[in-house]
Design a protein around this ligand. Structure first.
Ligand SMILES: Cc1ncc(COP(=O)(O)O)c(C=O)c1O
Length: 396
């Protein structure tokens, strides 16, 4: 593949894939920290982190070493057998849960976000004996059939219906809409503390508190989908910690493995109603991904990353607001920590492309929002460069 160009790699993938992923015109073949390189040697600042995965940057040495070492030690170990890496990770995740919620917790490990949501759906049914779910408009919870039922966008769902149901969709941040939807048939309410794919829209503290009260009164589970917001992205390990509100369960994935594919459902012991073999996954809790996650959590602690995200986030938001004051095309800057949405008054697509040409990779969230999910340890100089590129590509 040493002769490969961006165009040849894209053509090859387009020829062999099923065609669900539109491509962005380049092929990425190497990364280091917040930088990636395309097949023709051009360097980019990666403020997508692979959609929020590479939270320590690409190829963080500790994560890469841990995965390489584990690959030489033991890669395959199904959950029927215990394993040192898995035991360590599970103990850490339940400790983090207990510190955040004061409740003892249990964990189920899987391989992706959508699988963590599937596990939460089944757990809610197992615990309550009820069938119905409530999810928010503009929510994104994944694309496998169960999680897709909770995802809002009709164009993702319509050709695959009937899906799981019934699912009642409520207006986000609308307490009365939620109150009216939850009843004695509701198994769980699923909410993102900040809607990621839905435009980087933060929930209000009042809404989350009301959701907690409404679920408690109705006897259903409150599940926070932390797949995009958690593992430090907003400056707390779990985004709900900013509000002092505890869900019954949280789903994690994306950044948890520092690049390795892993997902997790963590729930309070009081709602853990699975019976043996009612749920499972062949790859779930595999030592390779667990080693990546353990190294990621070690590095986060060592680098004091949560405090860093809080301070860098504040600085970045103040700089983005300054940018907004000079570009009337910016309608609003939203988010928390290093989960950032810059809402434009027009479609964002052309600006994503223009930024890419200048060496900055950013994401869309909906039609009009530019989404920044930089690695949590991005150096200040790289933020300055990204701000400069945004300044150049956005009209006044
Ligand atoms: C909030 C949220 N939930 C669920 C998912 C699905 O995760 P995955 O793509 O790992 O299945 C995503 C992915 O973007 C997400 O942002």
């Amino acid at each position: 593949m040493s002769e490969s160009t961006n165009a040849s790699l894209i053509a090859s993938e387009m020829a062999h894939e099923m065609g669900v992923y539109p491509k962005r015109g380049i092929a990425l073949v190497r990364g280091a920290g917040s930088q990636v390189w395309d097949a023709e040697g051009k360097q980019y600042l990666d403020f997508t982190s692979g959609i929020g995965i590479a939270i320590l940057g690409h190829n963080h040495p500790q994560v890469a070493d841990a995965i390489a070492q584990q690959a030489h030690t033991l890669m395959a170990c199904n959950e029927s057998f215990a394993n040192d890496q898995r035991a360590r990770l599970e103990e850490r995740l339940t400790t983090l849960w207990r510190a955040a919620t004061s409740a003892p917790g249990k964990v189920f490990l899987c391989n992706s976000g959508t699988e963590a949501i599937e596990a939460a759906i089944k757990l809610a049914r197992a615990k309550t004996g009820r069938k119905n779910f409530v999810a928010a408009m503009n929510a994104f919870h994944g694309r496998s059939s169960g999680s897709l039922s909770l995802t809002f966008k009709p164009k993702y769902r319509e050709r695959f219906e009937p899906l799981l149901g019934p699912v009642t969709r409520v207006r986000y941040n609308d307490i009365e809409s939620l109150r009216a939807a939850v009843n004695s048939d509701t198994a769980a309410v699923f909410l993102e503390v900040i809607q990621g794919e839905g435009g980087i829209r933060p929930a209000t503290a009042e809404y989350l508190q009301a959701a907690r009260d409404i679920c408690t009164q109705a006897g259903c589970l409150l599940v926070f989908d932390g797949i995009q917001t958690d593992v430090g992205r907003t400056g707390k390990f779990f985004a709900f910690e900013h509000f002092g509100i505890s869900p019954d369960a949280v789903t994690l994935a994306k950044g948890l493995g520092g690049g390795a594919p892993i997902g997790a459902l963590i729930a309070s012991e009081s709602v853990c109603a699975f019976k043996p073999l009612e749920h499972g996954s062949t790859f779930g809790g595999n030592p390779l991904a667990c080693a990546g996650a353990n190294a990621t959590l070690d590095a986060m602690e060592k680098e004091n990353l949560l405090a860093h995200v809080r301070s860098e986030g504040e600085w970045l938001f103040s700089r983005l607001r300054e940018l907004a004051s000079r570009h009337s095309c910016i309608a609003e800057v939203r988010g928390k920590g290093l989960m950032v949405g810059v809402e434009l008054k027009m479609e964002s697509k052309a600006f994503l492309q223009a930024a890419q040409l200048r060496g900055l990779l950013v994401l869309a969230s909906g039609e009009t929002v530019i989404r920044l999910l930089p690695p949590l340890n991005t150096p200040r100089a790289d933020f300055e460069r990204a701000l400069q590129i945004l300044d150049e590509v956005l009209p006044a």
